[in-house]
Design a protein around this ligand. Structure first.
Ligand code: AP5
Length: 225
């Protein structure tokens, strides 16, 4: 069983690399950001609660995301493992995940930590465009990875959207939250011998090749099972 975590600041490429890794590893990618954005789009009770928090670039309360991941990872498509994108991002979330997986006789196999300097991250987020079709979810960038036709997804022809939290001020807030609340997880997973670092600067395919090699030769790999 392979349980892989993608760790890295906003815009570091967790989604971009996660799209590639889910194909390579044949595992589902569980993005808490995508799940929460879907709830917002559908106007569910959860969506109405988290919409202002997300728009401001703040983190959603731990108990909400822990509950989402606890349920989602018990679905049949996760029986062979999964890729977590955007979870955990606080120490209580990491501890809850550890308890959750231990109770199921498994654990975290590897944590891919994607490093990118802050100034690059701001440009990546502000220029990002996303496919509005949740079954597609393709990720573009107006400069580095533009669609063939402006505002239209190459893969499914749906409209491309700009996330409300990709405004420069919200990105700054997300970066500060990352450094304060999520970065300490690097030490947490380093101490458990499962942290694999990768340089996230360069073309997406180059970063993927580096990530693939780092994971193949890196720490962890047992999944605790
Ligand atoms: P979430 O959706 O998880 O956002 P994030 O962590 O801020 O990460 P991003 O999606 O912004 O970036 P990414 O690393 O996936 O980069 P991407 O591949 O898209 O969370 C959003 C919000 O939800 C949070 O702020 C919070 O409110 C809430 N939330 C979610 N999970 C939570 C949790 N566990 N606890 C509490 N709250 C939670 O790439 C970015 C751009 O760069 C794209 O345009 C892409 O084309 C481009 N790009 C990518 N790689 C490269 C490259 N190598 N070179 C050039 N361009 C590149």
């Amino acid at each position: 069983m392979t349980n892989l975590i993608l760790l890295g600041p906003p815009g570091s490429g967790k989604g971009t690399q996660g799209e590639r890794l889910e194909v390579q590893l044949s595992l589902p990618r569980l993005s808490t950001g995508d799940m929460l954005r879907e709830a917002v789009k559908n106007g569910t009770d959860l969506g109405q609660k988290v919409a202002p928090i997300m728009k401001a670039g703040e983190l959603v309360p731990d108990e909400i995301v822990v509950g989402i991941i606890d349920e989602r990872t018990q679905e049949p498509d996760c029986s062979g493992g999964f890729i977590l994108d955007g979870f955990p991002r606080t120490m209580p979330q990491a501890e809850a995940l550890e308890r959750m997986l231990k109770a199921r006789g498994t654990g975290v196999s590897q944590v891919l930590n994607i490093a990118v300097p802050d100034e690059v991250l701001i440009d990546r987020c502000v220029g990002r465009r996303l496919c509005s079709n949740k079954d597609c979810g393709a990720i573009y960038h107006v400069k580095t990875n533009p669609p063939a036709k402006e505002g239209v997804c190459d893969k499914c022809a749906s409209e491309l959207v700009h996330r409300p939290d990709d405004r420069a001020e919200a990105v700054q807030e997300r970066l500060q939250n990352y450094h304060r609340q999520t970065e300490p997880l690097e030490d947490f997973y380093q101490a458990r011998g499962v942290l694999v670092n990768v340089d996230g600067v360069g073309a997406p395919d180059e970063v993927f090749e580096r990530a693939r090699q780092a994971l193949a030769g890196g720490a962890g790999g047992s999944g605790g099972a």
